[in-house]
Design a binder for this molecule. Structure first.
Ligand SMILES: *Cc1c(COP(=O)(O)O)cnc(C)c1O
Length: 389
């Protein structure tokens, strides 16, 4: 299916709403019936009818169809956050006594679920370095039911060979779940590589304007239907109609935004690589990236997020760099119009900072929709300020 068709037309039944180009926001909690039998059928199969908006809603349905098509998946569900999508995907595929194999350092709240919530129900998790397929083979136990992936990781961009992991998992009847937030379906489609369930935080590029928190979970119809009828309805964290409408609006410009950000990211990256205050950069399509070949094989593109290590003798220099930026905001998240930065040292006490450790001098930069020159001037301002006390 053409991406242009998916984004501009798919699932938009305009004749049903006065030929409006933008779809209506069906801000309704419930839907009325004329016939008892129609209501009976809706009760019997809520995934086939508009009954109550914790289940299906017409505005959300337009979005679901588009997002599933973009993921090349049969079906998808849209949640009120990326984390709700992670929770539903994992919960649907474990029971007491089961074991999960997860990549090292997955998204923080995925880790909290694995480390804090699931052990209360007798589900254990082993973390592995997902860059080598042998590590998956070694970690799989007879009771492993889920392999949890995040490729690339959103700080060090470690990748997993998605086709190889999917094949291994299939041979052992294990479900694979992959967090695809970094790439979006425009740049990577794990379903096409055999991954069972793919999720992304739609808060990032799908929204694109830093004004919605949402998540997408895609997969085969039978698996998504089962999750709808159980975890989705029970957690009750489906996306609300207005937020779904904002995501439809975000989708209209998704490829253009990514294209622009891709160009700007490359310019900013070259600037950083040449800068005397920069020790190294980490970016999946950089020629020095250790997994460049795999990145080029399974991703169509890459943009926005990059990590760089600055040369600094102490934590205050790193802090001065960040605090003297005028346009790049110091904030979490990414995927919006605005460029952002997070210093790794904001996650630790100052006294813990060791200048010898390059990880402590890491900064994660998100390149937004501003012009490259505008951002480079701002970064220069940060570098210039490092040695002023
Ligand atoms: C932001 C993010 C999430 C969580 O999504 P929310 O929408 O914030 O709940 C999950 N995975 C990755 C990689 C993320 O960046």
């Amino acid at each position: 299916m053409d991406i242009s068709y998916i984004i501009n037309e798919l699932a938009e039944d305009r004749e049903n709403y006065f030929n409006a180009v933008a779809p209506p926001i069906m801000q309704s909690s419930n839907f009325a019936f004329k016939k008892v039998n129609d209501m009976r059928q809706a009760f019997a199969d809520e995934y086939s009818a508009f009954l109550y908006s914790r289940g299906l809603n017409p505005t959300v349905d337009i979005l679901r169809k588009k997002l599933a098509a973009l993921d090349a998946a049969e079906d998808c569900l849209v949640f009120n956050s990326g984390v709700a999508a992670i929770f539903a995907a994992v919960l649907a595929n474990v029971k007491a006594g089961d074991h999960i194999v997860s990549v090292d350092k997955p998204y923080a709240w995925a880790q909290k679920m694995f480390n804090v919530i699931l052990p209360r129900f007798g589900v254990t998790t082993s973390y592995i370095d997902g860059r080598e397929i042998e590590n998956f083979e070694r970690a799989i136990l007879p009771n492993t039911t889920v392999i949890y992936l995040e490729s690339p990781n959103s700080w060090d961009y470690a990748l997993q060979d998605l086709s190889a992991v999917a094949e291994l998992a299939r041979s052992k009847n294990i479900i694979t779940i992959c967090d695809n937030s970094y790439c979006t379906p425009i740049y990577q489609r794990p379903v096409e590589m055999g991954i069972d369930l793919v999720l992304q935080s739609a808060t990032k590029y799908i929204s694109g304007h830093s004004d919605v928190v949402a998540g997408v979970l895609s997969g085969r119809k039978e698996m998504i239907t089962k999750i709808f009828n159980s975890e989705y309805m029970n957690i009750g964290s489906g996306i609300q109609p207005f937020n779904a409408w904002l995501l439809i609006r975000g989708l209209r410009t998704l490829p253009v935004r990514l294209e622009h950000i891709t160009k700007t990211t490359h310019t900013v990256l070259s600037f950083l690589k040449k800068h005397p205050q920069v020790e190294s950069v980490i970016f999946p399509f950089d020629e020095d990236f250790p997994q460049l070949e795999l990145a080029k094989k399974q991703m169509n593109g890459v943009c926005g997020l990059l990590t760089f290590v600055i040369k600094a003798d102490n934590v205050l220099q790193v802090e001065r760099f960040c605090e003297n930026l005028r346009h790049i905001l110091m904030a979490v998240s990414w995927g919006g119009h605005e460029s952002l930065i997070i210093p790794k040292c904001s996650g630790m006490q100052r006294s813990f900072f060791k200048a010898e450790n390059p990880d402590h001098r890491m900064l994660r930069l998100y390149v937004g929709l501003e012009d490259a020159d505008y951002l480079i001037k701002d970064l220069e301002r940060g570098f210039d300020s490092m040695n002023n006390s």
